[in-house]
Design a protein around this ligand. Structure first.
Ligand SMILES: Nc1ncnc2c1ncn2[C@@H]1O[C@H](COP(=O)(O)OP(=O)(O)OP(=O)(O)O)[C@@H](O)[C@H]1O
Length: 279
C-alpha cells in the first residue's frame, strides 16, 4: 500500500530523515513510534506531499506520485484518509459539514446524498446522530477524534493515516477508539498507518511496529520483535515500567495481558496483537 525508499527530508541544514525505508502492507495496522522530535509527523506529511523531500521514492497504492497524471493524482488522493493530531476540524463548521469538506472537494454530489453519506459516517464511528449539527467546541475530546475519523473516512479510503489518534483521551476513550480502529480495519478492509505514543495501542491493535531513530526506521517488526530487540531505546520503551504494566514479562507468554493494567481493568478489553489480517 505504501513503499518509501531512501527518503531524505531536510529543513535547511537540519536533516530530519536520511535514506529512510518503509513498507506498509494491505490490511495491516502499522504503529509508528520513536522519541519526540525524530520526524514521525514529518514522514507522514512528506508521504502526503505536504512537505517536500530532498531525495527518495514514494509509491502509494501502487503508483509513484511524481509519475502520475493530475487526474490520477486526484484519484489517488481520494483513496487516502487523514486524521491529523488534535483532530484539526474546522471550528466554524458543524460535524456534518466537516465530514462533507472532502466530499465537496472531490465529489460532485447533490446535498441530500452528501447528508446521507455524512450520517452514515457518523454512525460508523459511533457518534450519536445529534452530533451531526454540533460544532467542534461543543464536543468532548473523544467525540472530536471520532468526528475527525469520520471525516478521514468520508471518501471510503483504502489507506488511512492517523497522527496520535488516542492522545489526550482518557484510558476508556482511548481503548474504545483503538477498538473502533481495529473494527473498521476488519469490516472496511482499511490499511492503517498510525503514529502513536500509546503503548496500549501498540500492544493491542498494531500488527506491526516501526521505530524511528537516527533519521531512519531503526527497528521494524511485531511486538515480539520489539520485546526481543537489543536496541536501548526500544528496550526502555517496550520493556520499561509502563510497558510492564501491560505485558506480563515472564519471557514465555508475552501476549498475556496483565489484568492489573488500568485500561483493561476499566474496559474489560482483551487486546491481541495477533488479531490482524493474514499477510
Ligand atoms: N515545517 C518545518 N520546518 C522546519 N523544521 C521542521 C518543520 N516540521 C518539523 N520540523 C523539524 O523536524 C523535526 C521532527 O519533527 P516532527 O514533528 O516530525 O517530530 P515527531 O517525531 O513527530 O515528534 P512528536 O513525537 O513530539 O510529535 C523537529 O526537529 C522539527 O523541529
Amino acid at each position: 500500500m505504501l513503499s518509501v525508499k531512501d527518503l531524505t527530508v531536510a529543513f535547511g541544514s537540519n536533516v530530519v530523515l536520511d535514506a529512510l525505508n518503509l513498507d506498509i502492507y494491505r490490511g495491516e495496522i502499522l504503529g509508528f513510534v520513536g522519541p519526540s522530535g525524530t520526524g514521525k509527523s514529518v514522514l507522514m506529511r512528506t508521504v502526503l506531499r505536504l512537505l517536500p523531500r530532498r531525495a527518495g521514492k514514494i509509491e502509494i497504492l501502487g503508483a509513484e506520485y511524481d509519475a502520475v497524471s493530475d487526474e490520477e493524482r486526484v484519484e489517488l488522493d481520494t483513496r487516502l484518509g487523514v486524521l491529523f493530531q488534535h483532530g484539526a476540524l474546522f471550528s466554524s463548521l458543524t460535524v456534518k459539514e466537516n465530514i462533507q469538506v472532502p466530499m465537496r472537494e472531490y465529489l460532485d454530489l447533490p446535498q441530500d446524498i452528501m447528508d446521507d453519506l455524512a450520517r452514515l459516517k457518523i454512525e460508523l464511528v459511533g457518534l450519536a446522530p445529534e452530533a451531526a449539527d454540533k460544532f467542534p467546541s461543543e464536543l468532548s475530546g473523544g467525540m472530536i477524534k471520532r468526528a475527525a475519523l469520520a471525516r478521514a473516512l468520508a471518501l471510503d479510503p483504502d489507506l488511512v493515516f492517523l497522527d496520535e489518534p488516542t492522545s489526550g483521551l482518557d484510558p476508556i476513550g482511548a481503548a474504545e477508539l483503538d477498538e473502533l480502529i481495529a473494527r473498521l480495519r476488519d469490516t472496511l478492509g482499511l490499511t492503517v498507518y498510525m503514529v502513536t505514543h500509546d503503548l496500549d495501542s501498540l500492544f493491542s491493535v498494531c500488527d506491526r511496529i516501526a521505530v524511528l531513530g537516527n533519521k531512519k526506521v531503526m527497528v521494524e517488526g511485531t511486538i515480539e520483535d520489539m520485546l526481543a530487540s537489543d536496541d536501548d531505546w526500544v528496550q526502555s520503551y517496550f520493556r520499561g515500567k509502563r510497558a510492564r504494566s501491560i505485558v506480563r514479562d515472564d519471557g514465555q507468554d508475552l501476549h498475556h495481558h496483565d489484568p492489573n493494567a488500568p485500561r483493561r481493568d476499566e474496559t474489560g478489553r482483551q487486546g491481541n496483537p495477533q488479531s490482524g489480517p493474514a499477510r
